[in-house]
Design a protein around this ligand. Sequence first.
Ligand code: THU
Length: 143
Amino acid sequence: MSEPITQADLTLLAFAREIKRKAYAPYSDFRVGAAIYADGEIFQGVNVENAAYGSCICAERAAVVAAVTAGYHDFDAIAVVGDSEAPTVPCGACRQFLAEFNPEMRVIMGGRSDAVEVTTLDALLPEAFVRGYLDQDDGDDSE
Ligand code: THU
């Protein structure tokens, strides 16, 4: 699942790594930072946990929410850095959340080591359920 690493990838990764310290992770103690690139702008996010565990939000989704709130939807790449030794991969829910915007988005991953992995969302979530499937509904509820 590897793509060649570019300077732009490393820059985005640095934004994800920098924001990770702001994570609110009192339950897992697993901090994650994310940075998403949209039309020349970078938006950051962190994981925010909750005593009701199911209400936690991952860093990747927090970054998307920040970007969309600022009026940006055209995402080219996302970087994620977690507390794992190996590069942290986006969870399944985040893969689906990201696919809404660009199934071919570049995904740059880092962890506590210097290792960096770069891939595409399409490689992480093949055959994503996207808007096109809803558009195929003919509105006939009879079947
Ligand atoms: N987490 C993320 O923020 N992103 C991921 O891709 C994996 C998991 C968070 C969720 C939770 O706060 C903590 O990491 C442990 O699962």
